[in-house]
Design a protein around this ligand. Structure first.
Ligand SMILES: [Zn+2]
Length: 322
C-alpha cells in the first residue's frame, strides 16, 4: 500500500498543499509535513484558476510519488457524499463543482472533500485540542463564525451537511442585521469584520469615547481588527472593551445553547478572534456558563493546530477513506 497523503486547503484568500506519511499521521508521532507550500490567491481568481494552481502545487510536491489518498478542506458549503462544492462566497465559478471527482482524476487516488469547519473539527479531534473527547464542537471565530461537530468520535454533518452553523444561531432577535438576512446572529456580533465595523461606527457616533482606540487606529478600515480591539481594551479603552465583551458574550450564549442541545464534553475555539486576550475568553466562558443548565458541563479551550488545522483535518479526512 502507498503511504503518502496529500492535503489540500482552499481557503478564502490562501491555497495550501502539503504531504505527510501515514505512520506520522496515525501512530501518534509528532506531526510533521514532508513538504508544504501555499500561495495567496489573486483577487481576480476563479474556481478554474484556483484549481489549476492547487493541482500544480500538489504535483510539484509529489514529484511522481504514488498517493494513498487526498483530503480536501474547502471554504464553503460542500456536499460531502459526492465531494461536490455547492458554492463559494469568496471566489466566483464554484457553483456545483464536482471537486472530488476532478481531483481523483488528476491525482489517481481516492479523494474526500468537506467544508473547512468540519475538516478543522476533525483535525483538532484527531491531532489537536480535542484528542480523547468523544463529543466535541469546534468553532472558528474569524472573518465568519463556523462550526463542526465530532460526535461519538465521528464527524457529524447532519441531513444536508449543514450541521454546526453556530454562526447563524440568533442570540438577539432585535440585534443588527446579519448577511444571512436575520438579526442578532452570533456571527453578526462576534466575527472580526463585524466587530471592527461596529467599533468604527461607535467611534463615529460618540466622539468623546474610545480615546485609546483612536490613538492606536490609523483610520483605515482594513487596520481595524479584533487584535487591535484587544490591544486597546488591554489599555483600558471603553469602546474596544464594549465591542469585545458583546462579541464574546454572543458567542458564549450560542455555545451554551448548543451545549444544552447536544451536551458535548468539549468546545474547541480557533480563528484569529480567539487571540483577543483573556477578557474575551472570560466573556465567552461566563456567558456559556450562564446559558448552560446547571447539570450541563463542557470545557471551552483554545485550538492547538493553528493555521494548519484545515490541512491536518484534511489528512484525517483522507485517512477515514482508507
Ligand atoms: Zn446570520
Amino acid at each position: 500500500m502507498h503511504h503518502i497523503i496529500l492535503a489540500l486547503d482552499f481557503g478564502g484568500t490562501k491555497l495550501s498543499a502539503a504531504v505527510t506519511a501515514l505512520p506520522t499521521a496515525t501512530m501518534g508521532e509528532p506531526l510533521a509535513w514532508l513538504a508544504h507550500r501555499h500561495v495567496f490567491s489573486a483577487p481576480s481568481s476563479s474556481a478554474e484558476s484556483d484549481l489549476q494552481t492547487i493541482e500544480a502545487m500538489g504535483q510539484a510536491l509529489l514529484n511522481g510519488v504514488q498517493l494513498a489518498a487526498v483530503g480536501v478542506s474547502f471554504g464553503g458549503p460542500v456536499d460531502f457524499p459526492t465531494g461536490t462544492v455547492r458554492l463559494s462566497h469568496h471566489v466566483p465559478g464554484w457553483k456545483n463543482v464536482p471537486l472530488g471527482a476532478r481531483l481523483a482524476d488528476v491525482f489517481g487516488a481516492p479523494v474526500a472533500v468537506d467544508n473547512d469547519a468540519n475538516v478543522a473539527a476533525l483535525g483538532e479531534h484527531r491531532y489537536g485540542a480535542g484528542r480523547g473527547a468523544a463529543d466535541m464542537l469546534y468553532i472558528t471565530v474569524s472573518t465568519g463564525v463556523g462550526g463542526g461537530w465530532v460526535l461519538g468520535g465521528r464527524p457529524w454533518r447532519g441531513h444536508e451537511g449543514m450541521a454546526g452553523e453556530i454562526g447563524h444561531i440568533v442570540v438577539d432577535w432585535n440585534g443588527p442585521l446579519c448577511l444571512c438576512g436575520k438579526r442578532g446572529c452570533v456571527e453578526r456580533l462576534a466575527s472580526g469584520p463585524y466587530m471592527a465595523q461596529d467599533a468604527e461606527a461607535l467611534l463615529q457616533e460618540r466622539t468623546e469615547r474610545g480615546q485609546v482606540l483612536r490613538g492606536l487606529w490609523s483610520g483605515e478600515r482594513a487596520k481595524m481588527s479584533g487584535k487591535l480591539l484587544a490591544e486597546a481594551a488591554g489599555q483600558g479603552d471603553d469602546v474596544a472593551f464594549e465591542i469585545l465583551q458583546r462579541g464574546g458574550r454572543a458567542l458564549g450564549v450560542g455555545i451554551g445553547n448548543a451545549a444544552n442541545l447536544v451536551n458535548p464534553q468539549l468546545v474547541v475555539l480557533g480563528g484569529g478572534v480567539t487571540k483577543s486576550g483573556e477578557m474575551w475568553w472570560s466573556a465567552v466562558r461566563q456567558a456559556a456558563r450562564e446559558t448552560m443548565l446547571p447539570e450541563v458541563n463542557c470545557e471551552i479551550v483554545p485550538a492547538a493546530l493553528g493555521d494548519d488545522a484545515p490541512l491536518w483535518g484534511a489528512v484525517a479526512l483522507a485517512i477515514e477513506l482508507l
